[in-house]
Design a protein around this ligand. Structure first.
Ligand code: HEM
Ligand SMILES: [Cu+2]
Length: 548
């Protein structure tokens, strides 16, 4: 059997070489109206880079305020708006669309041997809905912003005089974008797999996107309706959630978390998928436990739907409910551990190639394992009663969200950069950036576990003086993190402008996408390919030598 993954379909004759997808067409319209999944991916990349930096600037403002125990650079009201805008931006405008929008769009068709997604127009519509949501959100922020927190808890959100409606509307519109992407991906995976790509040959990133899409389609409508009801109540005073009008605020919490707990898997499953690809590429041996990693995705997706009540332990839940939700939350830990154990087994006795993407993956393992374990601790009711609404929770979910989503977004960006842009970046600055980012995350959020455990509540802009040194430590590392991100950004921009031309497979990685040109042609393959081997069958090429 040949080493090449992609064979010409029978009967195909090599025609004129197709130009790559970047140079193939020019002009602004060829970008803004493009139906090419790869160009749409780059539109997402440009947009989420901006939203991530916007969210990051809010974060730095918050951390700067917290350098001193009392009134620093902003008043209490500004602080409340700031953490809300930080949360909304990061969750809805960065973490939910980032990995599926950029790397899902770019690589899903390529990894299954297709020329595009099933519905290219819907794909573009989905991007524009996302962009509309971002614009609406930013418009709301400029016109005052809101102070409800990204969770929009009622009855406060239905009575606040701040600009909550555009922000609610932005989250609502964003939901449509997310649903449409999910539908598109599911149909694509079912119908456009090339010959030879049977289910047990799907790359693990594709399994992750599949699980994510199912959650997007099933859970997002619930939060959409919930936010719409919240907006209607704010506007018309309907009294669904407001107890003063006979409504039930706990109902809002149930509906909100019925989406928002599964939504954490919309964010982390794609990150887990990237981790599998990076481990598969740099351990120089076949991935251990392919089937288990693939199927545990659905364990997480399924149980993820049954765990929402752990956000309501202290909201007046019965002891039986709390026990059941606590137990179900812990099951998620089991399915996640299945993945972690298999990744570790894949790294065991492997000849690991230490690259920037792999460095990010190591940071991801550390942060996700600790984030996950503190999640299991939080699902233990007696502990949650102590930690609920403290910095411990803030530290927990940042370990997971920042650790998994942000680090694996950056891992994916560095791993696939040569394929996406056909350019190589300088490894030295990329590695320094990665180390700064990882140390930055660990250093920013570790002190917050201690703060929370000692009773520092979340969402406060002032605090007793004896907490100051932990807050200062956290803020210093937040700046280090920001420095790492800046270095990374500059390094990649330099590579875009003047990077050396990348070979087809600069990593000597076994996966399918490395067999096609860097950057790919407009239709990815000259003809529909036939794929004749498993995705992680390591082929033994060394780095760089494999240039076609
Ligand atoms: C092992 C899996 C996990 C378990 C068992 C778990 C458990 C919990 C529990 C019990 C809480 C409630 C804490 C409280 O209200 O005091 C919580 C909060 C939270 N978790 Fe997790 N979690 C897990 C994974 C994740 C992941 C993967 C993410 C995000 C990507 C995440 C994001 C959040 C967020 C945002 C909150 C804060 C909710 C709020 O605003 O109150 N968690 N988690
Ligand atoms: Cu949850």
């Amino acid at each position: 059997m040949s080493l090449a993954v992609v064979e010409q379909a029978p009967g195909h004759h090599e025609g004129a070489e197709e130009p790559d997808y970047i140079r193939g067409k020019s002009g602004v319209m060829s970008w803004v109206l493009t139906l090419d999944h790869k160009r749409i991916a780059l539109l997402y990349l440009a947009t989420v880079t901006l939203t991530f930096f916007l969210g990051g600037v809010f974060a730095l403002a918050l951390r700067t305020e917290l350098l001193v125990p009392e009134n620093g650079i902003m008043d209490a009201m500004t602080y409340n708006r700031m953490f809300t805008l930080h949360g909304v931006t990061m969750v809805f405008f960065f973490m939910i669309p980032a990995i599926p929008g950029v790397f899902g769009n770019f690589f899903l068709p390529i990894m299954i041997g297709a020329h595009d997604v099933a519905f290219p127009r819907l794909n573009l519509a989905s991007y524009y809905l996302f962009l509309a949501a971002v614009c609406l959100g930013v418009w709301g922020m400029i016109h005052g912003g809101t102070d409800t927190g990204w969770t929009f808890y009622t009855p406060y959100s239905t009575t606040t005089t701040t600009t909550v409606l555009p922000i609610l509307a932005a989250a609502f519109v964003n939901g449509f974008s997310s649903i449409l992407t999910g539908v598109n991906f599911i149909v694509t995976i079912h119908t456009l797999r090339a010959d030879g790509v049977h289910w047990m040959r799907l790359p693990l990133f594709i399994w992750a996107l599949y699980g994510t899409s199912v959650i997007q389609v099933l859970a997002t409508p619930v939060v959409g309706i919930t936010l719409a009801l919240c907006a209607v109540e704010h506007f018309l005073g309907t009294g669904i959630f407001d107890p003063a009008r006979g409504g039930d605020p706990i109902l809002f919490q149930h509906l909100f978390w019925f989406y928002s707990h599964p939504a954490v898997y919309i964010m982390v499953l794609p990150a887990f998928g990237v981790a599998s690809e990076v481990v598969g590429a740099f351990t120089r041996k076949p991935l251990v436990g392919y089937r288990m990693i693939a199927l545990s995705t659905f364990g997480i997706a399924f149980v993820g739907f049954l765990a929402w009540g752990h956000h309501l332990f202290t909201s007046g839940q019965s002891a039986v409910d709390a026990g059941v939700f606590g137990f179900l939350s812990m099951l998620i830990g089991i399915f996640t551990s299945i993945k972690v154990f298999n990744w570790v087994a894949s790294m065991y006795k492997a000849s690991i190639v230490m690259t920037t993407p792999f460095m990010y993956a190591l940071g991801f393992f550390f942060l996700t394992v600790f984030g996950g374990m503190t999640g299991v601790a939080l699902a233990t009711i007696s502990l949650d009663v102590h930690w609920q609404d403290t910095y411990f929770v803030v530290a927990h979910f940042h370990f997971i969200m920042a650790g998994a989503v942000v680090l694996m977004f950056l891992a994916a960006l560095h791993y696939w950069f040569p394929k996406m842009f056909g350019k190589l970046y300088a490894e030295g600055p990329a590695m320094v950036g990665a180390v700064l980012v990882i140390l930055g995350f660990i250093g920013t959020f570790t002190p917050q576990f201690f703060l929370g455990n000692e009773g520092m509540p979340r969402r406060y802009y002032s605090y007793p003086a004896h907490f100051q040194w932990l807050h200062v430590a956290s803020t210093i590392f937040a700046y280090i993190l920001f420095l790492g991100l800046l270095l990374t950004l500059v390094n990649l921009i330099v590579a875009l402008v003047s990077g050396e031309k990348a070979p087809n497979n600069p990593w000597g990685a076994p996966q399918y996408e490395w067999d096609i040109p860097s950057p790919p042609t407009e239709h990815n393959f000259p003809a529909t390919p036939v794929i004749n081997r498993d995705p992680y069958e390591y082929r033994g090429e060394g780095i760089i030598e494999n240039a076609h």
